[in-house]
Design a protein. Sequence first.
Length: 132
Amino acid sequence: MAQMQAWLTAELPNEGCGLLAGNGRQVRHVLALPNAERSPQRFRAEAKAQVAAMLELDRNGWELLGVFHSHPASPAQPSETDQLQAYYPAAVSIIFGQPANGGGWEAQAFRLQAGSSRPVQLQLTNDSVASA
Ligand SMILES: [Zn+2]
């Protein structure tokens, strides 16, 4: 969580994004990706960086377990675009947004599928995130 938040904070005021890799249900690696849109309202991972990240997963035998991105100025809820552009429906989507009362990132996890979203519970352990 700290790695993701640090990356997303560094990307402000724009949306930030990245991939989560591991095995089974345990996330072990955060792969931060540059936002090619450089926009506070949209994100699209830079193609080269995304390909490099996927190759790194393959090389290490990791699975793509999650994708994450930020909403720098809105709540941690999937937008219509997020639901329509859910390219990895098997992966959990973690959205970092701004809570109504301010005070830093708030994370929510979802399974996104074309046009719909379902909340997912995350379990935080000392050094990893597991999806339930
Ligand atoms: Zn979004």
